[in-house]
Design a protein around this ligand. Structure first.
Ligand code: SF4
Ligand code: SF4
Length: 251
């Protein structure tokens, strides 16, 4: 159900959503400029299917699930699970060039992912990824080069794959090379979160966070880690547009 100008005007007149029905109308009207139309409609269909299966939940619960990105993450993971693994991938345990994250930020993750990552890392102590490489994700085990929060790793860590580990190593050192690609589930998940943000305008904030900062602050309280890692609102749109620019043919 694409957002039509009439649906957008009707939702704007109705004001911020206050119950499941008006939340649905807001999701139908929401827009995510910059994402391809087919991606936007796939993300919207996922959000509406989730809402239609959840209307027995209190409105506050629905808002929280959308605002934290739990629903967007669920949509992305379901898409990943439904897609057969492309043949010929070089990805293997201990191959971790993709966990070298240049810059201070690392990657964009939702609140649900940030909380899960912090919960997985908080009980752990000892050396982190930077003992292997100065720009590695702190969640990496420097000896085994395995993720110390594997079950809680964010969508970007699940959707980035490559047929050429040497290309990943070159990219990690700042030399662009063809080879690695991000599964289409990644842009779908980010677009679902952008649609949720548009629908929840005036109701609840829908922040995103810096993966690397959350991992680096695992020894701090959750509140402190989230505060330090919280992105400016424009980061989500910038990340979507960056991903769309790099989109190749569907794998
Ligand atoms: S994406 Fe690249 S660095 Fe990461 S596991 Fe796959 S081949 Fe290795
Ligand atoms: S969370 Fe785990 S998989 Fe993701 S970048 Fe960090 S170490 Fe790698």
């Amino acid at each position: 159900m694409p957002a039509t100008p009439r649906a957008t005007r009707r939702a704007a007149r109705a004001g911020p959503p206050r119950d499941a029905a008006s939340l649905r109308a807001a999701l139908v009207a929401a827009r995510a400029p910059g994402s391809p139309a087919e991606v936007t409609e796939r993300a919207r269909a996922g959000l509406l299917a989730w809402l239609d299966a959840s209307t027995a939940q209190p409105f506050e619960t629905l808002v929280r699930a959308l605002a934290t990105g739990a629903v967007a993450t669920q949509i992305g993971r379901a898409m990943l699970a439904q897609t057969p693994e492309p043949p010929g991938l070089a990805c293997a345990a201990g191959c971790a060039f993709c966990c070298i994250l240049p810059g201070a930020d690392g990657a964009t993750i939702t609140g649900a992912e940030a909380r899960a990552l912090h919960a997985a890392l908080a009980p752990q102590s000892g050396p982190g990824g930077t003992d292997w490489h100065p720009e590695a994700c702190p969640a990496l085990d420097p000896d085994t080069r395995m993720c110390r929060a594997y079950d809680a790793r964010p969508m970007i860590c699940r959707s980035y794959v490559s047929r050429d580990a040497a290309a990943c190593a070159a990219i990690a050192e700042g030399r662009p090379m063809p080879g690695p690609a991000t599964h289409p589930a990644q842009i779908t998940y980010l677009t679902a979160h952008a649609l949720a943000r548009a629908a929840l305008a005036g109701v609840a904030p829908t922040p995103t966070y810096a993966l690397k900062t959350v991992a680096a602050r695992a020894g701090a309280s959750l509140a402190e880690a989230l505060k330090t890692a919280r992105h400016a609102p424009k980061s989500l749109d910038a990340e979507r547009r960056r991903l769309v620019r790099g989109m190749g043919p569907a794998r």
